[in-house]
Design a protein around this ligand. Structure first.
Ligand SMILES: [Zn+2]
Length: 161
């Protein structure tokens, strides 16, 4: 019982959630998507988020739309930070200019790549602190596909504490 895929409840402090929204909102004022990460520790089947990570990123405008890119150097830095802090990455959260859904670009450029990771897409450049029910929540399944899930219920429940 130590795999991320065993987690049936993700607990995230309100402050972590709101600080992430603030970053995404700031990026949105420049008409760019923003990406933040949640890290913490798993205890049995519950995962407790303890840290918001805002990776160095650049916003791109492509023919497919907008995209927040985190380069390899930054990803290595993040992995060392996680390892040294004994934290695990559990979720990536990013904003969209309008509708919240996991695009094929999002599938290809996911930073959270462990089976059982969550990916949350926030609509409208996170203009307000949307409830999770207004976001699109996905989880990486055992075949490596991001499936949309209902975050109000186990085994994909997310509780804001
Ligand atoms: Zn996206």
């Amino acid at each position: 019982m130590s795999e991320l895929s065993d987690v049936i409840e993700l607990q995230v402090p309100l402050q972590v959630m709101q600080e992430g929204y603030e970053f995404m909102r700031t990026a949105g004022r420049m008409r760019l998507e923003g990406m933040v990460l949640w890290a913490g520790r798993q205890e049995d089947r519950t995962f407790r988020v303890t840290e918001l990570i805002i990776p160095r990123q650049r916003g791109l405008s492509t023919p497919d739309g907008l995209c927040a890119i985190v380069d390899g150097t930054e990803l290595r830095r993040l992995n060392i930070h996680l390892y040294q802090s004994e934290l695990e990455l559990v979720a990536q959260i990013h904003s969209h200019p309008d509708r919240a859904y996991h695009s094929s670009t999002d599938d290809r450029h996911a930073i959270a790549t462990t089976i059982g990771s969550f990916s949350i897409v926030v609509p409208n450049f996170a203009m307000v602190n949307y409830a999770l029910a207004e976001c699109a929540v996905y989880r990486l399944d055992e075949y490596g596909s991001w499936l949309e899930v209902d975050e109000s219920l186990p085994p994909n429940k997310i509780v804001v504490i």
